[in-house]
Write a protein that binds this ligand. Structure first.
Ligand SMILES: *[C@@H]1O[C@H](CO)[C@@H](O)[C@H](O)[C@H]1NC(C)=O
Ligand SMILES: *[C@@H]1O[C@H](CO)[C@@H](O)[C@H](O)[C@H]1NC(C)=O
Ligand SMILES: [Cu+2]
Length: 603
């Protein structure tokens, strides 16, 4: 914990933040098995309520086998004529819906951050209504609920889109009309697997797309390219201030693909999936080590750049790529869950949201506001959001209806190696779309043991008073012009610090986030054996540096980030002899000489 950590010499403002770590209770993971969960209740809906039940899309499930439609890779969905045509038209219909309709794109995207107002009358939860905390928006970040909150959120959007698709499918006539009905029944949200291919799918950057409408083939505006606000200028009480409040439509940074390619996304996804041995550590930046939330932030900040929509949690959900990105976050979360069937949410402190009181303890039954499972207002919780089966979808890697949890665990584990193992210990990948990835360390074979080196980081998200920033790591020369760093080009890695939506001018809370960056690529490049501890430690002692940079590219003196705490560590990793087991890690050894005397470094 923090009290054991020594800070570098230049940082005299010790920030004593005990809250997040200290309040973490150690309790057993909820041991529910898929069968113990009463799936049927998802589809109960009492009469007379005003709430919108989020149950997922309930068509397309094979009653005989239990098989559920997949959420497909967008690179596959775009080649599937009827599904693609329906999806594009349905998303367009959602975007065109009246702003006063709670199921319009405007209102649903507005749940995440701004405009900070109650959605669907759901305002009395655990005594905490909207406005009970200084945090705005319902989204949960730096919280163990990060993956589970976004799951019913995606299911809501999926349900709305599938509803439009059903209406549109009925307008097709002629011999192919039944294909459209089948496609509508099976339609689910597509995902963009940035961990496999770190660039945006071409289709999201095309202003128009050609699809088959009920009136024949047409070029239509592409709803994945941008969302245009219906009312502009915005109502200043809903979108105050400057910045994105001045934008009539969503947009992305010009260097997004370059930044994505330099963000080590596969590497970070792999380590989040394989090194996290409890759910919190996988799920959130609020625990030490590498997390899905950390790599997810990298994608947001790369696409949004200095001031695009995806950079700001308050605005990110308005960019249509948000849904492709978060569907992949949900998929990676489902893969981790399948590979760790007995581990799940355990109690942990929440920083606070629009409806969650700051510093309250999240548990598996904390309400995931404003999402309800029926129309009388029963809140979704991490219990109801645990299994994909509740929402009637799955991912191509997860056929849980054909396998026991133990078989699925082995099966999914082997697929995780195939998809993302940077060392390809069990051989080359099967998906030809990934062939660009080079094999990092050819020497690693099944059963082998080696050392892995990482940078361990912790920092307070609010050290710049609510402004976001980057911590950039360099080995060797630092490019002179900090604008060149914005695409990450010359660094060994970066951490994107995105403050959570917060009202007003402060005082700002202290909210620590933790991350880890792998140094294996750098060790390979330098030609060292990672097991040669002395040589590797000396290399980083001499050459590893870091800088703090604002989103506009300007450099912030490291002294202005008093909470920054950086260490370099190694750990022994052993690969199993077959790919149905995860690698195993031994204790970490910190090398204080590497960071001692560097501002923000532990020593
Ligand atoms: C989960 O793992 C992380 C990293 O090893 C550790 O810091 C944390 O205490 C663990 N949390 C629980 C609830 O066991
Ligand atoms: C995983 O399961 C699927 C079917 O559910 C099967 O087609 C595939 O071959 C399995 N893969 C492995 C590696 O066992
Ligand atoms: Cu996000």
């Amino acid at each position: 914990m923090l009290s054991n950590r020594l800070f570098g010499p230049c940082c005299f403002l010790l920030s004593l933040v005990a809250s997040i770590a200290a309040a973490r209770h150690h309790s057993r993971a909820s041991g529910l098995s898929p069968r113990a969960f009463p799936v049927e209740t998802a589809h109960d809906s009492a009469e007379g309520g005003n709430y919108y039940p989020i149950t997922g899309v309930n068509t397309g499930r094979d009653a005989q086998t239990g098989a559920r439609p997949f959420r497909q890779n967008i690179l596959d969905l775009q080649n599937d004529g009827p599904s693609w045509s329906l999806y594009i038209q349905a998303l367009t219909a959602m975007q065109n819906a009246d702003d006063n309709d709670p199921l319009s794109y405007f209102q649903v995207a507005g749940i995440h951050g701004r405009p900070y107002r109650p959605w669907n009358n759901f305002n009395q939860v655990q005594g905490a209504g909207p406005g009970t905390s200084a945090f705005g928006g319902y989204c949960t970040h730096n919280s163990v609920l990060f993956p589970t909150w976004h799951r019913p959120y995606l299911a809501l959007v999926e349900q709305v889109i599938a509803g439009h698709a059903q209406d549109i499918a009925k307008q097709y006539t002629g011999p192919s009309s039944s294909d459209y009905q089948t496609a509508a029944d099976n339609l689910r949200l597509p995902y963009w697997d940035w961990a496999s291919i770190a660039e945006m799918p071409d289709v999201v950057n095309q202003p128009t797309v050609t699809i088959t409408t009920p009136d024949g083939d047409q070029d239509v505006d592409n709803p994945l390219f941008t969302y245009k606000f219906h009312q502009f200028p915005h109502d200043p009480t809903l979108f105050p201030g400057g910045g994105l409040a001045n934008s009539p439509q969503t947009w992305r940074d010009n260097s997004a693909d370059q930044s994505l390619q330099n963000s080590n996304l596969m590497n970070r996804a792999w380590y989040a999936l394989t090194k996290s041995n409890n759910y919190s550590s996988f799920a959130t930046l609020a625990t030490s080590g590498t997390s899905i939330e950390g790599v997810h932030n990298g994608v947001h900040a790369s696409i949004g750049g200095q001031n695009g929509f995806m950079t700001f949690l308050d605005y990110s959900a308005f960019d249509p790529i948000f849904w492709l990105h978060h569907t992949n976050v949900d998929r990676l979360s489902a893969l981790w869950q399948a590979a760790n069937p007995n581990k799940y949410v355990t109690p942990m402190t929440d920083p606070g949201t629009f409806t969650i009181v700051p510093k309250s303890i999240d548990t598996v039954s904390t309400s995931l506001t404003p999402f309800t499972s029926n129309n009388i207002g029963t809140a979704h919780t991490s219990i109801s959001a645990r299994y994909l089966s509740y929402f009637d979808y799955s991912y191509p890697e997860i056929e849980d209806w054909t396998q026991t949890p133990a078989q699925l665990k082995a099966n999914v584990t082997s697929q995780i190696y195939d998809l993302y193992d940077p060392n390809q210990v069990f051989g080359p990948r099967h998906d030809h779309r990934q062939s660009r990835t080079l094999r990092a360390r050819k020497a690693l074979t099944p059963g082998s043991t080696t050392k892995e080196w990482t940078i361990d980081i912790s920092v307070n998200k609010f050290d710049l008073n609510g402004e976001g920033f980057w911590v950039r790591f360099f080995v060797g020369d630092i490019p002179q012009n900090p604008q060149d760093w914005l695409t990450n080009a010359a660094s060994v890695g970066s951490v994107q610090v995105m403050p959570t939506p917060h009202l007003g001018e402060g005082p700002f809370p202290e909210l620590l986030e933790y991350d880890e960056l792998n140094l294996d690529g750098e060790i390979t490049k330098a030609g060292y054996d990672p097991q040669d501890i002395h040589t590797v430690a000396r290399h980083f002692e001499k050459n590893l540096q870091w800088r703090v940079q604002k989103l506009d590219g300007s450099v912030v003196p490291t002294e202005q980030i008093p909470s920054l705490n950086i260490a370099v560590q190694d750990e022994t990793v052993t690969f199993p002899s077959d790919n149905t087991e995860m690698p195993t890690y031994e204790e970490k050894t910190v090398h204080p000489d590497v960071t001692k005397g560097k501002c923000g470094g532990r020593g």
